[in-house]
Design a protein around this ligand. Structure first.
Ligand SMILES: CC(=O)N[C@@H]([C@@H](O)[C@H](O)[C@H](O)CO)[C@@H](O)CC(=O)C(=O)O
Length: 307
């Protein structure tokens, strides 16, 4: 007991005054593009701990990603969601000014919108600050607690938010997701799926893309899964999804979240992702060793045929 308390307080001291490190972003962009085949990024979202950062830090990160991504990345979408509407609007304006390809926002989750009208009113205010770039709603009910049905949200949304382009859908409700695909086919919304362990099921009902934490280090494996699915090689696509599932199921049992994602990413890419910000605590050495050993036991996920 005593030793646990001691190590928690040492960790707290270590995490207390951590600052963002902009100097690794250029390297991060190259790693994603060259090693993972990932050319679209979602900045200041969950994995990037956007909600734990000050507005100033979020702006600095957004600028660095846009600048470093020039001529390398296809899309840099900046997450501008915040608990306060003025803050969210300011971040939206800033993202548009610096040349982001799009913006996205979660629902505020302290004073929550309790119905579609309230949510749309909030999102409309945010989106209207960046009237020339696409807006994506970031649906992540496990973290926001806002469970407004997306099938309902999409009904008439373009009239309310002319720049509305789609949804980053980080929830397991594949019925709602499939209904959106089916019902709004004509609108050609981009529905980007965000539960990595279920991506293949989302592809089967028509997902147009994916945004998630594991694409930082398993981007190639997921690209292969996309390719296998497009080629109608469903056995191969399932093999990728099952392997990804085996890895995630293993780390879930150890305790998995943003801090652990950063640690895995650091260990695989060699780029120091740094510790998370309090109240999140760093991944343990034991976690890192076990997660790395598990990935090493699944070479199918991390070794690819030469191009
Ligand atoms: C709750 C959460 O963190 N979800 C992740 C998933 O990628 C998730 O880590 C993965 O599916 C493992 O459960 C993403 O949806 C979040 C994400 O894309 C982001 O960084 O904004």
């Amino acid at each position: 007991m005593l030793s646990t308390k001691g190590s928690v307080s040492r960790e707290v001291t270590r995490l207390r005054s951590r600052k963002i490190n902009l100097s690794v972003i250029g390297q991060y962009v190259d790693y994603l593009v060259d090693k993972q085949g990932v050319k679209n990024v979602f900045v200041n979202g969950t994995t990037g701990e956007g909600l734990a950062l000050s507005s100033q830090e979020r702006k600095q990160l957004a600028e660095e990603w846009v600048n470093q991504g020039k001529k390398k990345l296809e899309h840099v979408i900046i997450h501008v969601g915040a608990l306060s509407l003025p803050e969210s609007k300011e971040l939206a304006r800033h993202a548009a000014e610096i040349g982001a390809s799009g913006i996205s926002a979660i629902a505020p989750f302290f004073f929550k919108p309790t119905n579609k009208g309230a949510l749309v009113a909030f999102l409309r205010e945010v989106a209207s600050e960046a009237p020339h770039i696409p807006f994506y709603y970031y649906h992540i009910p496990p973290l926001t607690g806002v469970k407004i049905c997306i099938e309902d949200l999409l009904d008439g949304i373009k009239k309310q938010i002319p720049t509305f382009q789609g949804v980053k859908y980080s929830d397991t409700d594949l019925l709602d997701f499939a209904q959106c695909m089916d019902k709004y086919n004509k609108e050609q919304f981009l529905l980007l799926y965000g539960v990595d362990e279920q991506l293949l099921s989302a592809l089967a009902v028509g997902a147009t893309g994916a945004v998630g934490s594991t694409y930082n280090y398993l981007g190639q494996a997921n690209n292969m899964m996309f390719q296998a699915y497009a080629n109608q090689d469903f056995a191969l696509a399932r093999k990728y999804q099952f392997c990804i599932g085996e890895f995630l199921s293993f780390v879930f049992k150890l305790g998995f979240g943003v801090a652990q994602t950063k640690a895995i990413m650091t260990s695989l890419s060699g780029i120091p992702m740094g510790p998370p910000r309090l109240p999140l605590m760093s991944a343990s050495e034991e976690f890192i060793t076990k997660a790395k050993a598990k990935l090493d036991s699944l070479p199918f996920l991390t070794t690819y045929p030469a191009k």
